[in-house]
Design a binder for this molecule. Structure first.
Ligand code: SF4
Ligand code: SF4
Ligand code: SF4
Length: 508
């Protein structure tokens, strides 16, 4: 159920889900909630505390019930066991140096104020990346095919085509490589990812060791037959020593149902009495079906730069002046590039929620520190003046929610005009697309020569939405937005009163 809800949140192809609903679903996600809490000390981001309390009480149920990446692995394991003859797992030795090493390094980087490693390691963000960069484009393609077939064959127009404005190649390649790695690990070693690489799994394993309720092997009833160990997808049951490694147990209860001696119990950890035998304690079908290296990065970084250069050179414009942006633009509510880089785990929930698709996965837009984090891509679209969705959707506090009045004054970047590139100047022709699209009238058309109007900018009232840049037909662009490293408030546009000079009464 939880996996389906999380899929719905990420695969909302028409960006029409209520952000309140998105908030409910993402509330319980450990890393986003923890980052949001560190940043704002708000109850909105207290889900990770609830997860810690649940772990102290019941063990790592987050890993088997709430973590979408974990549940996906369970689905793969279920399918593998259904369609192959190899149905047995075996006890695996804990790789404590590796897992605690990853946890300590991730925590160390986090203490310096950077979410850098979480971009690659947080299970929720990895799940989001796969959804937005791999699954969503496929879904949009299927939707558009159905829409075309229904409209042309049956005159049914209830399924609308959805425009997919851009697909980030580097984010797509990263997600595909990670998906292959995860599939391979899961098919070969089941939940090894959760107990070797995932820092959330390792962290939750610590309170899980002392949880109030735990899985135990009954020293009298257990015959060391190994059935429970063969059913355990984390390989945490050492039947010979009749011990369970609670730091690796994800309380999936597979072992409980596997034992026909009632030798496995789940119950109060300090109890000396026999707990409820397995079959009575849990519903066996509870979970059921639900149940790059740096070299490559450098190569991809190079190819993205090359693409950007080619992109600049393309087009029909005659302008001689290249666009030089000093800073990328971060979404409204992200406060500054630094705040954004330090808190964004590149889960792409904002990318999925953005109705205009101006938010796009990046690669090295912010340098290595903000690798893969989204940015405002004004070659793809522009930021809707009335919209505040990204801040409402972001679960980590990297983009804080803004009300509409504040959003409409938040200056995320500033407009720059290059007269020498503008087709009014180069071609002596009418244009004004930038002024037409500017919601604040920071671009106006002023009389120039031969009855032509030339854009004139008032940067103080510009909010950096990129509508002018997106609408500008020239290459290189004649008008563009340079990001503000720290967001500021723009001046309120002056509203001029229309003065009607008439002494006559209303004529009708
Ligand atoms: S505020 Fe702008 S960037 Fe954010 S979701 Fe809306 S259109 Fe997209
Ligand atoms: S800014 Fe976007 S990608 Fe980054 S954590 Fe927030 S929602 Fe996820
Ligand atoms: S000048 Fe451009 S970036 Fe600034 S508010 Fe107008 S359209 Fe948006």
């Amino acid at each position: 159920m939880f996996l389906i809800l999380t899929f719905v949140v990420f695969l909302d192809i028409s960006s029409s889900l209520s952000t309140l609903f998105v908030g409910y679903v993402t509330y319980i996600q450990f890393v986003p909630s923890m980052l949001g809490f560190i940043d704002s000390i708000s109850l909105l981001f207290s889900g990770f505390i609830l997860v810690l309390v649940l772990t102290i009480l019941f063990g790592r149920i987050y890993c088997s019930v709430f973590c979408p990446l974990g549940i996906i692995q369970d689905v793969v394991i279920y399918l593998k066991r259904k369609f192959t003859r190899k149905k047995r797992f075996a006890y695996l030795k804990p790789h404590n140096r590796v897992r605690y090493g990853i946890l300590v390094i991730t925590a160390g980087v986090l203490i310096t104020g950077s979410a850098f490693l979480l971009i690659f390691l947080d299970p929720y963000s990895l799940f989001g990346k796969i959804n937005v960069t791999v699954i969503k484009p496929i879904l949009v393609g299927i939707n558009n095919l159905i829409s075309k077939l229904l409209s042309s064959w049956f005159d049914i127009y209830s399924v609308y085509p959805v425009e997919l404005r851009s697909v980030s190649l580097s984010a797509l390649i990263f997600s595909l490589l990670f998906t292959i790695l995860l599939l391979w690990l899961t098919l070969r070693y089941a939940r090894l990812y959760c107990n070797l690489i995932c820092p959330v799994g390792t962290l939750l394993g610590l309170p899980s060791k002392v949880s109030v309720f735990r899985i135990k092997l009954d020293q009298e009833l257990c015959t060391s037959c190994g059935r429970c160990s063969a059913a355990c997808k984390t390989g945490c049951i050492d039947v010979f020593n009749r011990k369970v490694d609670h730091s690796r147990c994800i309380v999936c209860f597979n072992c409980l149902t596997s034992c026909n001696q009632n030798g496995v119990h789940y119950g109060f950890s300090l109890s000396r009495k026999k707990e409820l035998p397995v079959q009575e304690a849990v519903n066996p079908g509870r979970r059921g079906f639900l149940a790059t290296t740096l070299g490559l990065m450098a190569t991809l970084a190079g190819s993205e730069k090359l693409f950007a250069q080619q992109h600049r050179r393309r087009g029909k414009g005659k302008g001689p002046v290249p666009v030089e942006k000093n800073y990328p633009v971060t979404p409204p509510g992200s406060l500054s590039i630094e705040h954004f880089n330090d808190n964004c785990t590149a889960c792409y929930l904002c990318v999925s929620a953005c109705p205009t698709q101006v938010l796009q996965p990046g690669w090295l837009t912010y340098g290595l520190k903000g690798i893969l984090q989204p940015h405002m891509d004004y070659s793809t679209s522009f930021c809707n003046f009335d919209c505040t969705r990204c801040g409402e959707a972001c679960p980590t506090g990297a983009i804080l929610p803004l009300n509409q009045q504040v959003k409409q004054l938040t200056q995320v970047g500033i407009v720059k005009f290059i007269k020498q590139n503008c087709i009014v100047y180069t071609d002596n022709t009418d244009c004004g697309a930038c002024s037409e699209h500017c919601p604040t009238k920071a671009v106006n058309m002023k009389p120039w020569r031969q009855g032509l109007l030339l854009p004139y900018v008032t940067p103080e009232i510009c909010i950096g939405c990129g509508a002018c840049e997106y609408a500008c037909p020239t290459t290189p662009k004649s008008i563009y937005v340079d990001g503000n490293p720290v967001h500021v408030l723009a001046e309120k546009p002056k509203i001029e009163k229309l003065e009607v000079e008439s002494s006559e009464d209303f004529p009708f």
